[in-house]
Design a protein around this ligand. Structure first.
Ligand SMILES: NC(=O)c1ccc[n+]([C@@H]2O[C@H](COP(=O)([O-])OP(=O)(O)OC[C@H]3O[C@@H](n4cnc5c(N)ncnc54)[C@H](O)[C@@H]3O)[C@@H](O)[C@H]2O)c1
Length: 407
């Protein structure tokens, strides 16, 4: 059955989801608070880079199944994909900020009618779905059995979002008084993956668990990389050899952990269970420590190089995004490294990232310019473009195992 859907938040998750829904034949009203974004999207112009999204948006508009607007209207389905950042730290532990979710819920409560459904895809602290349900009932006067609400976390990989939106397995969680089968059937209208039903708290914790698992495991690799450095052992070779054990699968170390998800979501568990989430908290701390350790290492190495050369050197930071081959700099450890190095007096630091264009706050140099101008290259993100650089006769430090890939 083709439905009218209102998608709140037209970013990395909401926009591709809107397009997948529109291409599947649903009528999508995309709602965002950013007027410039609305104007651009209605003209088929994207503000994020994601393979296939440009064509998907144009197709959705051409089929008359997608329109972006600032104001929601009454629809069969309301899908919330707004940001859930963390806010000011309470006793050193960042706290989740669900203001955007509650604001979207408030807007929904003004237009929702009987038999309509709310799906929350934003990554949320445990209990958020119940809070949203409560607000909807309070504001709209609807009763439990007069609307549906489910928590349906998103687990897509940036760079492969359109494929994964359709093909990943999904979890659909309703609070006890609601039926999750309606949500399951909706996802089945555009997903090929398996849809698992549970309660909303379990679904909320599933999402946080997935990203905490990744964070803790990356922390293990990052800790090994620091130990290996002091032993003069190649950590990539070490991990590669250890992973030949049939039950060992160590992840890759890097400049830390960034992005809107893995660097953020573990805090949603830690802030709720400060006494018990000891390993998860340590994972966060180890990953943050890795970034600070790299900064110190670069400073020490560059000072030694300056003494050797007898003049000040220029440093090229190779990669600013939070992971390879994307332009997303949210919570990026390499951006932090670049910013911290740039603050040091008498240090000239150039930023180079082939995926980042038109960033008003950053002067980005091309690979060619950076190689020409800099005495020391710091590889922070393993972008494909960097793997083509001939490193012979270049002075560099490698924190993303770029040299290992070159062998
Ligand atoms: N990006 C990912 O790879 C990813 C993966 C899984 C889950 N998530 C989760 O999905 C959610 C959205 O993430 P994203 O990366 O798409 O964020 P984003 O920042 O790319 O986009 C969010 C959009 O929501 C808009 N917005 C904010 N408040 C709004 C409101 N009240 N009403 C309507 N629009 C509003 C913003 O203007 C922005 O355009 C987050 O909770 C995130 O943790 C993201």
């Amino acid at each position: 059955m083709k439905l009218n859907c209102c998608v709140f938040g037209l970013g990395y998750i909401g926009l591709p989801t809107s397009c997948i829904l529109a291409i599947a034949g649903h009528k999508v009203i995309g709602v965002d608070i950013n007027p410039k974004l609305i104007e651009n999207l209605n003209n088929g112009i994207l503000n994020i880079s994601e393979p296939g999204l440009d064509e998907a948006l144009k197709l959705s508009i051409a089929r008359n199944n997608f329109i972006a607007t600032l104001n929601p209207i009454s629809c069969d389905v309301y899908l919330i994909a707004v940001p859930t950042p963390f806010k000011n730290s309470k006793q050193g532990v960042p706290q989740p900020n669900i203001d955007h979710v509650m604001s979207a819920a408030n807007a929904i409560s003004k237009v929702i009618k009987k038999n309509q459904m709310i799906l929350i895809e934003s990554t949320c602290p445990i209990g958020t779905t119940r809070k949203v349900a409560h607000l909807i009932k309070k504001n709209s006067g609807l009763k439990d059995n007069e609307f549906s609400i489910a928590y349906c976390p998103e687990r897509v990989l940036p760079g492969n979002i359109l494929y994964e939106l359709k093909n990943n397995d999904r979890v659909v969680g309703s609070s006890s008084s609601f039926d999750s089968s309606k949500a399951k059937n909706f996802y089945l209208s555009f997903c090929n993956g398996e849809i698992f039903e549970t309660n909303s708290e379990t679904a909320e914790l599933v999402k946080l668990t997935e990203n905490s698992f990744r964070d803790v495991n990356i922390a293990f690799a990052n800790e090994l990389s620091i130990i290996c450095d002091s032993l003069n052992i190649d950590v990539s070779q070490l991990i590669n050899l250890a992973n030949h054990h049939p039950r060992v699968n160590i992840l890759k170390p890097g400049a830390g952990v960034g992005g809107h998800c893995i660097a953020v979501d573990p805090w949603f568990i830690i802030s709720a269970f400060p006494e018990h989430a000891k390993l998860i908290k340590t994972g966060r701390e180890v990953n943050n420590f890795k970034t600070d350790w790299i900064i110190k290492k670069i400073i020490k190495y560059s000072e030694e190089l300056e003494n050797k050369k007898g003049h000040q050197i220029k440093i090229g930071c190779m990669g600013l995004s939070f992971k390879p081959d994307v332009n997303d700099i949210r919570e990026s450890p390499s951006l932090k490294i670049y910013n911290e190095l740039s603050k040091i007096e008498n240090k000239e630091v150039l930023a180079c990232d082939p995926n980042i264009k038109n960033n008003a706050e950053l002067k980005i140099y091309s690979i060619k310019e950076t190689l020409e101008k800099c005495d020391l290259l710091i590889f922070l993100v393993g972008h494909s473009e960097f793997k083509k650089i001939n490193l012979k006769n270049l002075e560099f430090l490698d924190f993303c195992n770029i040299t290992y890939f070159l062998e």
